[in-house]
Design a protein around this ligand. Structure first.
Ligand code: ME8
Length: 635
């Protein structure tokens, strides 16, 4: 099974530094963390790169909206990404920021190479541009005239720019994808890329006039233009290594991980850029699906953007990581729900894994003074159990190599369920009653300890803390901890002292959870067309904010006390990012007054404040230009 030491270099996208990390960012980053931890367990030489994408118009605007300079703003957001990754136990080797000198230098070098190669020309271009994606769209790519990612109408732009002669490389890229089935995975995304390449891809505009977008890397041969943000950002995967002289060691082994939203820049722009610059093409682009909320996209306007730290605080980091990996099949979309997360914890972690540990420790405490007694009397049923565990590393590796992380975890859980059944079948409590069956009892209990030890190795990449805690309770120290040792049996020394501790995964009370979910703060369905009767069902009214305070249990919510005619009401609103509690008193706003009250993180909200939202998700509450009495109807 051990193939010897391999090299594994894995990357996440560098996330836009214009908003805080959400569950989608957390997924890719956790996934890469799990993959690199797994390779470390195998003994491979690994390197894990993440970072932030900090240039371009979108970032420039976000900084302006927050009254900060772009550098101050991106420093703040990069800090939030780093601290979130620390809280989620993400162990990256390098965090690259595109505003760092080390990155800018390499971008300019690569641009110069491509330019010297004759692959950059100057020209004018007009087209439909989505600011959210920071790229032009062809008519065909739009959905009902809108950007499929952001559901917004792109704006027409025409500019004099430099262009990268991408079209020139189209036939080469088509061949490369066809001849290398592992290049873009899973296959459906390779097919999607081939679909794009079936028609001319045109040349890629790679600059922006500096007087309009100053926040970028000036082109080495023309300082009046800055580099287009995608041309700049993609190079991070190379620049970060280059700045540490690690290209030779890691570049040939790169595994990019992204979601399907950025397939085109990674599957089309990036390989053609590399080809033109004379750099080897990356070997693997691994593309996962989207986490959906209520079957739709997460968005600030729906108020359903999920902060991973809320979930981590409530359920613990390991359980959250486990859920992310287990409930998404790589390549397909998955539906996030907090109930799903809680049910997953109860079934797999509390009922199966946690229970095996509790029962084992409980029986050891009762029958052997907590000491691991050792294996002496093996029977057929034991062989069955032993082989279910010792063959796991091989199965696990195969699933990981195929990017089937959910199946790898399921295989371990299946073995854990077998171990629970093994206890039911061997009935240690019956064996304990008969002095002649002591050897058999000891063997059964030790097999359970070994099963837990093996499972704890395989699950370590996903749950590094709980598996450490488990080994502590089992008293396991100083024995090999790597993938190879998970294929061995009977390694825990006889007489090792175990110590039962707190349950690893307390059960979640699902009934109580219904009252208080972290997510789904306010979900507004977008219904494209409404009749006047539908509209008449909603009651819009003027309300005066009397006072506001921070929600004690949510980072992004304010609790507002409002006057609505004679009535006082409480409204929980997600406007905290844009308004300080104390500046709201006295403002008159428009609210939807007849919504069914909902509890938001434990506080009953009796209405919703209307707010305008721009493309970047910045909110502004509607105010009235003349004083009007609270309670007045808005029609
Ligand atoms: O695109 N489900 O940055 P970004 C799963 N800066 N993953 C999701 C997700 C979801 N609902 N939403 C986002 C950019 N992601 C560029 C990248 S790379 C050279 C430049 C994850 O902040 C997923 O990894 O919009 C997706 O590809 C990425 O966040 C997009 O992050």
């Amino acid at each position: 099974m051990t193939k010897g030491k391999e090299t594994y270099y894995a990357t996440t996208p560098i996330f836009y530094a214009n908003a805080e990390p959400h569950i989608g960012h957390a997924y890719t980053t956790t996934l890469v963390d799990v993959a690199t931890r797994f390779h470390r367990l195998k003994g491979d030489n690994t390197y894990f790169l993440t970072g932030t994408d900090e240039h371009g118009e979108k970032i420039q605007k976000a900084a302006e909206a927050n009254n900060m300079s772009p550098q101050e703003y991106t420093d703040m957001i990069a800090g939030k990404f780093k601290s979130t990754w620390d809280s989620l136990d993400i162990r990256y080797d390098d965090f690259v920021r595109t505003t760092q000198e080390r990155h800018k230098k390499v971008v300019r070098e690569i641009l110069q190479k491509v330019y010297d190669n004759g692959d950059i020309i100057f020209g004018e271009y007009g087209g439909l541009y989505c600011l959210g994606c920071e790229r032009y769209y062809t008519d065909k790519e739009l959905k009902d005239g809108k950007c499929p990612q952001h559901d917004t109408k792109p704006e027409y732009r025409s500019e004099e720019n430099y262009f990268f002669r991408m079209e020139k490389y189209r036939p080469w890229l088509q061949d490369h994808i066809k001849q290398n089935p592992d290049f873009i995975r899973p296959e459906r995304y390779a097919n999607e890329a081939l679909g794009i390449l079936r028609e001319p891809i045109g040349d890629l505009s790679i600059s922006r006039p500096r007087n309009r977008v100053p926040w970028g890397i000036p082109l080495p041969w023309d300082e009046n233009h800055v580099t287009y943000v995608w041309f700049d950002a993609l190079i991070n995967y190379y620049s970060a290594l280059d700045s540490k002289n690690l290209i030779d060691e890691y570049w040939p082994h790169v595994n990019h991980f992204i979601a399907k939203d950025i397939l085109k820049p990674h599957g089309i722009f990036w390989p053609t850029m590399l080809k033109s610059a004379g750099i080897d093409i990356y070997p693997h682009l691994n593309v996962h699906g989207y986490w959906l909320i209520d079957q739709g996209k997460m968005s600030k306007s729906k108020g359903n953007v999920i902060n991973p730290l809320d979930l981590k605080d409530k359920y613990g980091v390991d359980a959250f990581r486990y859920y992310l990996l287990k409930d998404m099949h790589f390549g397909s979309d998955a539906s996030f729900s907090e109930e799903g997360l809680a049910e997953r914890i109860n079934s797999d972690l509390a009922n199966d894994f946690g229970n095996l540990l509790n029962r084992t420790l409980g029986m050891l405490g009762k029958y052997t003074e907590g000491k691991v007694p050792g294996i002496t009397k093996i029977e057929e049923i034991d062989h069955d159990l032993i082989s279910s565990f010792t063959k796991l590393p091989e199965i696990f590796t195969e699933y990981f190599d195929n990017l089937e992380f959910d199946k790898a975890i399921s295989a371990v859980l299946e073995a854990i369920r077998k171990a629970n059944k093994y206890i039911a079948d061997t009935e240690p409590w019956v064996l304990a009653k008969d002095e002649n069956k002591k050897a058999r009892l000891e063997t059964v209990l030790t097999n359970c300890v070994e099963a837990l030890r093996c499972a704890s190795i395989l699950l370590e990449p996903v749950m590094p803390n709980k598996t450490r805690e488990l080994r502590k309770q089992l008293g396991i120290k100083n024995i090999p901890f790597n993938l190879a040792s998970a294929a061995e049996w009977d390694l825990v020394p006889v007489n090792t002292q175990t110590q039962k501790g707190e349950p690893l995964f307390p059960r979640i009370d699902l009934e109580a959870l219904k009252e208080e979910t972290v997510v789904k703060e306010v979900v507004l369905e977008h219904k494209p067309e409404v009749t006047i009767d539908d509209f008449a069902k909603l009651e819009f009214r003027v309300a005066e904010i009397l006072s506001a305070e921070e929600h004690p249990k949510a980072d992004k919510l304010l609790v507002l006390n409002v006057q609505l005619g004679p009535e006082k009401r409480t409204i929980v609103s997600g406007i905290k990012e844009w308004y300080k509690a104390k500046e709201l008193a006295g403002k008159k706003v428009i609210i939807v007054a007849n919504l069914k009250p909902v509890k938001l993180r434990g506080i009953l909200s009796e209405g919703m404040i209307m707010a305008a939202e721009d493309e970047d998700g910045n909110l502004s509450i509607s105010s009235l230009d003349r004083d009007i009495i609270s309670g007045s109807e808005v029609r």
